[in-house]
Design a protein around this ligand. Structure first.
Ligand code: NAD
Ligand code: ZN
Length: 342
């Protein structure tokens, strides 16, 4: 089968013919139709310090996908060939305290699809049945391909109640963009997105942000009185990983405000903890998606009118993977999709 492979410790990816992945009795073989490019894939392609420390080549990369079931292991009873599915990319151990309690997203021994085991940028991918999400009828195939980052957005956006609240989203990358649509759908009043990239600010307005700011030009303290904010942001979704942006957000929260942190910083970030104490703030780290409550919520919200399709801006054949990666890296893009059936 064709697959996009990190063949050696260094930059680049190669589209190669590789053997079909083996499968066990609890596994599902999936024929991949469409995939989404994640920042993680860009790190692996570029071979930065994180990738060099984490990735053991050779590795098939990628973890955002939609496909159809081709084959089920002998222990699998609840899926049939032809079913349209995506995969939860975090494969948990199943034995630790949290796994046994059903809190799979807290498993400390998580293995990442396309990071620690062969991934989905290929004609086939194999996953344990417990990691397979059977899509509900009517789901848009491109939206299904990005359930993984959509799940990051939903898990972060719904961590704290947003009904009637004023929300700041820091960073309008694909996940921040989808989070804007989710918090609007969930009843937030003001949804402000801070983002230096003009293309993404424009997209944020289409996704449901009520206001966008370029943090290099407009101070949040100038914007807040203009848009009728009472005290400060009730909820912040940190989706940039940027140190200055995190500190700035902390400075503009209401007392009792809550911040969900999804953005992955590339360095240590110093914050003024006395602000957290005196303003009685809650800071909560978010990793991945809740299995499988987030997947359920995604499916339900799509049925009740949530539309994240404007966040998908580019489509390529898998054969044009270099152009696809360049589009994703440019910043002048939302979600970039690669087709594996064309
Ligand atoms: P992305 O890199 O495309 O988006 C980050 C955005 O932040 C960019 O548009 C960038 O221009 C913007 N930004 C940079 N500096 C800023 C500033 N000072 N103020 C406001 N915005 C600023 O990434 P994404 O795919 O949308 O993911 C968002 C973040 O979440 C990334 O940091 C990513 O690494 C992280 N992530 C975390 C998880 C998790 O499970 N915790 C999963 C996926 C992604
Ligand atoms: Zn576990």
């Amino acid at each position: 089968m064709r697959a996009l492979v990190k063949t050696h410790a260094g930059p680049g990816l190669e589209l190669l013919d590789v053997p079909e992945p083996p499968m066990g009795i609890d596994d599902v073989r999936i024929g991949v139709r469409k995939t989404g490019i994640c920042g993680t894939d860009l790190h692996i392609e570029a071979w930065d310090a994180w990738a060099a420390a984490t990735i053991k080549p050779p590795l098939v990369v990628g973890h955002e996908f939609v496909g159809e079931v081709l084959e089920i292991g002998s222990n699998v009873t609840d899926l049939q060939p032809g079913d349209v599915v995506s995969g939860e990319g975090h494969v948990v151990c199943g034995h630790c305290r949290h796994c046994r309690a059903g809190r799979w997203h807290l498993c400390a021994r998580t293995v990442g699809l396309g990071v620690n085991r062969d991934g989905a940028f290929a004609e086939q991918v194999v996953l344990p049945v417990t990691n397979v999400w059977h899509h509900w009828p009517g789901v848009d195939e491109e939206v299904a391909a990005i359930f993984d980052p959509f799940g990051n957005a939903v898990h972060t956006a719904l961590t704290f109640p947003v009904l009637g609240e004023d929300v700041l989203i820091v960073g309008a990358g694909p996940i921040g963009l989808m989070a804007a649509a989710v918090v609007r759908h969930a009843g937030a009043r003001l949804v402000v997105i801070s983002e230096p990239n003009a293309f993404r600010r424009e997209l944020a307005l289409r996704m449901g942000a009520t206001h966008v700011v370029d943090p290099r030009v407009t101070a949040l303290s100038d914007l807040q009185p203009e848009i009728g904010m009472v005290e400060g942001f009730d909820v912040v979704l940190e989706m940039s990983g940027n140190p200055g942006a995190l500190r700035d957000a902390l400075d503009h929260m209401a007392h009792g405000g809550r911040m969900a942190l999804l953005g992955i910083p590339t360095e240590e970030i110093a914050i003024d903890v006395s602000k957290v104490v005196f303003n009685q703030l809650t800071l909560r780290g978010i990793y991945g998606r809740e299995m499988y409550e987030t997947w359920y919520k995604m499916s339900v919200m799509l049925q009740s009118g949530l539309d994240i399709r404007p966040a998908i801006t580019h489509r390529f054949s898998h054969r044009d993977h270099e152009a696809a990666f360049a589009a994703a890296r440019s910043g002048d893009s939302g979600k970039v999709i690669m087709d594996w059936k064309d």
